[in-house]
Design a binder for this molecule. Structure first.
Ligand code: SF4
Length: 222
């Protein structure tokens, strides 16, 4: 029986048959994160848990993803903050060695500097995402719970731009950010973001509404 009957006028692309292989795998490497965002879906905590996958288990997971064969899923390393894991670089190198495309969602903390961004590029990371929920330090930092996060985010975006590492700006659409969205849009554009991705508190599904230049709808990658 064909589980995916396609209307002759609208054939289903083989890329959209998800029971053969996922297109993207979001791996929450850890719940540890040094920020304290009000809307944290991951319920981040300060310290890593003993329940996380070990390095060996993580490498095994990557091999299993690689075993999907021809249709290699895109691996998005997220958290918490992926940079809280010292073995992050081992995992990225292993994924890239297997041929898995890798993107990353780091937190804008002291762990994310120009050296790390350059290293992402050198390790073959395709793109990173950075969260920006306000167009001013006061607005953004009020969301993120730690003073200075706005400046760190802008510094990371500029370092990524300089390193030639594409980055996406993620913005939460909520009552608190609604009137600031036009200014965030302008700031993301000015920083050189490849995409602006809007999300809600209810779901991790995101909609990329803009790419630059020229503005046109695209789907979200990170
Ligand atoms: S940066 Fe992400 S993981 Fe860290 S507290 Fe904020 S929402 Fe949670």
């Amino acid at each position: 029986m064909n589980a995916h009957p396609a209307h002759p006028a609208h054939p289903v692309s083989p890329r959209l048959i998800f029971d053969r292989a996922p297109l993207r795998v979001y791996w929450e490497l850890t719940r540890a994160c040094d920020l304290a965002c009000r809307h944290c879906r991951a319920e981040a905590v300060k310290h890593r848990s003993s329940g996380e996958l070990s390095t060996a288990e993580g490498l095994h997971l990557l091999e299993r993803l690689h075993a999907f064969g021809e249709r290699q899923p895109h691996v998005v390393l997220t958290g918490g903050d992926p940079l809280k894991r010292p073995d992050l670089w081992v995992l990225i190198a292993a994924a890239r060695g297997l041929g898995l495309p890798v993107a990353l969602a780091p937190s804008a903390t002291g762990l994310l500097g120009p050296e790390e961004i350059l290293r992402f590029r050198e390790f073959g990371v395709e793109a990173i995402s950075l969260s920006l929920d306000g167009s001013t330090p006061a607005r953004h930092d009020a969301f993120r719970g730690i003073a200075g996060t706005f400046e760190r985010t802008l510094a990371a975006a500029r370092a990524a731009q300089e390193a030639g590492l594409p980055f996406q700006i993620n913005t939460l659409v909520a009552e608190e950010t609604l009137d600031d969205l036009p200014a965030i849009y302008l700031l993301a554009n000015e920083l050189g973001a490849a995409r602006w991705s809007l999300g809600s508190r209810r779901s991790r599904d995101r909609v990329a509404v803009w790419s630059s230049p020229p503005p046109k709808p695209r789907t979200s990658a990170v």
